[in-house]
Design a protein around this ligand. Structure first.
Ligand code: ZN
Length: 181
């Protein structure tokens, strides 16, 4: 099994800015101190999928302006700054596969399972998992590396991923243990 970690929208606007989710703070230490270092050490690719919106994007009708391309709000939070060997993709939809070339990239790396992390369990993680599923990838969803605007939204999101896309709901420590064995 070749894994890649997808880090969704851990951007200033999502964590401290325009559409901040207070709960995002819960997952930052787990990503920064546990999951991402373990992945990098094991040679598991870390791939950031970052909103970089243009004014005409449909999502802005729902959320207002956020993570506009080229602004500070669209930058990864300082705690999780990408490292040299990581990949960074810009996206314009909830779904990190749509219009980004992610599928081709994952195939070129021989990836067959994606580890979905970041924000939000019930939105970008859900839509990105849908495409992962339709494109034939297995999915792991570490519950301590995903979050949403509320506990209900987070838990409901995890249930949906498990039920509809057969995602394995797991935890950072479990994944890290698998990578190091
Ligand atoms: Zn967006």
């Amino acid at each position: 099994m070749t894994d890649a970690v997808l880090v969704l929208d851990m951007l200033n606007d999502f964590v401290t800015g325009e559409i901040a989710a207070e709960r995002a703070g819960n997952i930052i230490p787990t990503l920064r101190d546990d999951l991402l270092p373990a992945a990098r050490e094991a040679g598991v690719r870390v791939i950031y999928l970052n909103d970089a919106h243009r004014p005409e994007d449909t999502e802005l009708e729902v959320w207002g302006e956020h993570a506009m391309r080229g602004t500070e709000g669209a930058e990864v939070i300082p705690e999780l700054e990408p490292e040299a060997d990581d990949d960074v993709f810009e996206k314009r939809f909830y779904d990190g596969f749509r219009g980004t070339g992610l599928d081709e990239h994952l195939r070129s790396l021989g990836v067959d399972r994606v580890v979905v992390t970041g924000l939000h369990t019930n939105m970008c993680a859900r839509h990105t998992s849908a495409s992962a599923f339709f494109n034939g990838y297995d999915i792991a969803a570490p519950e301590d590396c995903l979050d949403a605007f509320s506990q209900e939204a987070h838990e409901g999101g995890l249930e949906y991923l498990e039920e509809v896309y057969h995602a394995e709901v797991t935890a950072a420590a479990e994944l890290a243990a698998g990578w190091s064995s």
